[in-house]
Design a protein around this ligand. Structure first.
Ligand SMILES: Nc1ncnc2c1ncn2[C@@H]1O[C@H](COP(=O)(O)OP(=O)(O)O)[C@@H](O)[C@H]1O
Ligand SMILES: [Mg+2]
Length: 138
């Protein structure tokens, strides 16, 4: 079961202006939206989760791994990020190649990566169906 634990997280770019002031949160496998006005710190928070930024104090524990103790490259097996604008992200010509890129990049064989992309696209299709049903019912 995937889990993210945030313990007393503090972060600032400039000491004079603290962006995250003692955040305590727990994420399980349920979908969660983080909302807030422009400049509230959403992107900063996501970069901290990805290990692209490091906490000034406090801890981020992803599936039992403290982001302080591993590289962003190692963390990428556990956490990914998709950009708001697909044009910033998608660069392969075929969907299958795009979806296999991540698994191959973290060391899966072509065989494994094919299985992973198959599973991921099935999950996505299921989610899209749920969203459609939700939209019809709403
Ligand atoms: N690389 C950076 N250097 C300095 N300040 C930054 C940097 N990135 C973001 N900020 C500042 O941190 C605050 C939070 O920004 P950000 O995380 O991008 O918010 P959001 O994604 O919610 O719009 C803003 O005040 C922004 O100006
Ligand atoms: Mg943002």
């Amino acid at each position: 079961m995937n889990n993210i634990e945030i313990r007393n997280l503090h972060f600032y770019y400039d000491k004079e202006e603290e962006i995250l002031k003692g955040l305590n949160l727990n994420f399980d496998e349920r979908s969660t939206a983080i909302i807030g006005q422009n400049g509230a710190g959403k992107t900063t928070f996501v970069k901290l989760l990805k290990g692209l930024l490091r906490p000034k104090s406090g801890d981020i524990i992803i599936n039992g791994i403290n982001t302080k103790s591993v590289s962003a490259a190692k963390l990428s097996k556990h956490i990914g990020m998709v950009f708001q604008n697909p044009d910033d992200q998608i660069f392969k010509n075929k969907v299958i190649d795009e979806v296999m890129f991540g698994p191959l990049n973290i060391g899966q064989s072509r065989e494994e990566a094919k299985k992973t992309q198959n599973l991921l696209l099935r999950k996505l299709a299921y989610l899209m169906r749920l969203i459609k049903i939700h939209m019809i019912l709403a």
